[in-house]
Design a protein around this ligand. Structure first.
Ligand code: EPU
Length: 440
């Protein structure tokens, strides 16, 4: 009933293919003050959505962020015959009518998380054809662990014409050790193993909260999974799963980005709808820089009065510091008086924001996977270019504290992963304006 109502009553424009080259104009110098509601996790939604392939029927996924990557996943699922409708933050999916087992290059090249459909498709239909994602803006991001895992589960995996083709009558449980604790490979193999015959053990599985959220949804769907929240997942395959309604977790990276923005502007900001537990490592680091934090249920209040103390940062798998806040931390440390070492151990080359921050006056040197920041240099407004999602976030943060006007180009990258970032920042007192230029 609800689905029929939604189908007939909401005509959405967000699933169109419109591209844009919008830019932000930011006047630096305003302190951020007030409350901000944190959206549902982008990377949570991108894992929960393909899980609907595993069982036909209707799903309601609450707290789904209304952003470009979710639209891209919706389009991909729609191209396979799955009905997707995003009404504000309520995502309705009907996976009863899957008619294609293919993820074309057009979708996958836009978003690597498209690769998530591979595991569930082979598990349920015995076949899948998914384009290889290729490189990403900051370097190679292989999918070998996803493929090895599926092969271990008995799938016949071949590569042809840039596509991965996987086939299996029925997947068979196996012991799979991930040489690197990969979020995507864990998610893909976990989804596949739920419908395999017999038991599967995934060791060195990713512990990221988005994977735990996926595992919890799968259990609700009827999957048998032990060890959720640990790096050893034990899955006993079942014959079939059933659809469920689920609530997505809050976005810990968006939360961290707003906390850093508040600290940079010496502001006072309260985040609502967060899971402070997911942010433990980040909150500790923020305290080391001199921020005062008050955690109250699902809210976090941050107050900052001075320039930050210099604090080194090294990214690691959860519960370590996420690589997805490395760029924002780097922008933060531009304000600290000292030399700061920022090491990315997850992605060795994820420093595309550095040359752009240098255009604003930052002094940063890159040695392999380490950025060395000489902080407290004068930053003055300039035109800078976004290269990827988190790089764009770091440029916006820098713009908030830069003297004069900063123009951030190619902000479609930020639209991939932050819901209404400019209206949230404006509500907190920032001067940030979107200049629209639409290309069709
Ligand atoms: N890796 C391999 N082989 C594989 C897969 C991964 O060697 O088959 C390596 C990667 O090269 C990397 C490490 O494993 O060095 C971790 O990569 P992972 O597979 O965990 O990353 P992912 O699943 O592709 C997710 C997030 C990223 C986030 C990383 C790390 C989603 C949709 N994406 O990517 O999010 O940076 O985990 O935490 O969940 C972002 O939101 O901006 C973003 C890039």
């Amino acid at each position: 009933m609800l689905f029929d109502f939604i189908r007939t009553n909401f005509v959405k424009t967000l699933l169109t293919n419109k591209d844009n080259m919008d830019k932000f104009i930011i006047e630096g110098g305003n302190k951020l003050k007030g409350r901000v509601h944190i959206s549902g996790a982008k990377n949570g939604a991108l894992a929960l959505m393909p899980a609907t392939i595993l069982a036909p029927g209707t799903y309601h996924q609450k707290n789904t962020p209304n952003l470009r990557d979710v639209w891209t996943m919706s389009r991909l699922l729609s191209s396979m015959g799955i009905f997707c409708e995003l009404n504000e933050n309520d995502l309705f999916i009907d996976s009863s009518g899957i008619s294609s087992f293919e993820a074309p290059y057009d979708h996958v090249k836009k978003m690597r998380a498209s690769f998530y459909v591979l595991g569930p498709l082979v598990a349920r239909f015995g076949e899948a054809r998914v384009s290889l994602p290729g490189g990403c803006a900051w370097g190679p991001r292989p999918v070998d662990l996803h493929l090895k895992g599926l092969e271990k589960l008995g799938a016949e995996v071949t590569l042809e014409g840039g596509y991965v083709q996987a086939k299996a009558k029925r997947l068979i449980g196996a012991k799979i050790h991930l040489d690197v604790s990969s979020v995507g490979a864990t998610g893909n193999i976990l989804m596949a193993a739920t419908l395999a015959e017999g038991s599967t053990l995934i060791s060195n599985a990713a512990l990221e909260p988005e994977i735990t959220a996926l595992a919890r949804m799968l259990v609700k769907m009827g999957a048998k999974i032990n060890g959720i929240g640990t790096n050893l997942l034990e899955i006993e395959g079942v014959g079939e799963l059933h659809p469920v309604d689920e609530e997505n977790i809050p976005d810990r990276i968006e939360a961290a980005t707003f906390l850093i923005a508040a600290a940079m502007t010496k502001g006072t900001v309260e985040l609502e709808n967060v899971n402070p537990y997911h942010l433990t490592s980040v909150l500790t680091k923020l305290e080391e820089t001199g921020c005062k934090l008050d955690v109250n249920g699902n809210n976090i209040l941050l107050e900052m009065e001075d320039e930050p103390l210099p604090v080194d940062l090294t990214t690691a798998v959860y519960p370590g510091i996420p690589t997805d806040i490395q760029a924002q931390w780097l922008a933060y440390m531009l304000l600290a008086n000292g030399t700061i070492k920022i090491t990315d151990n997850i992605y060795q080359d994820r420093f595309k924001h550095v040359p752009e921050l240098q255009r604003l006056g930052a002094s940063i040197e890159i040695i392999e996977n380490i950025a060395i920041v000489n902080g407290a240099k004068r930053l003055s407004g300039a035109t800078v270019m976004s290269s990827d999602l988190r790089a764009s976030a770091s440029l916006i943060l820098a713009g908030l504290v830069t003297e004069g006007k900063t123009e951030v180009l190619r902000i479609y990258h930020i639209d991939r992963g932050y819901e209404n970032i400019e209206s949230k920042l404006t509500k907190l007192g920032a001067s940030i304006h979107r200049v629209k230029t639409e290309l069709f």
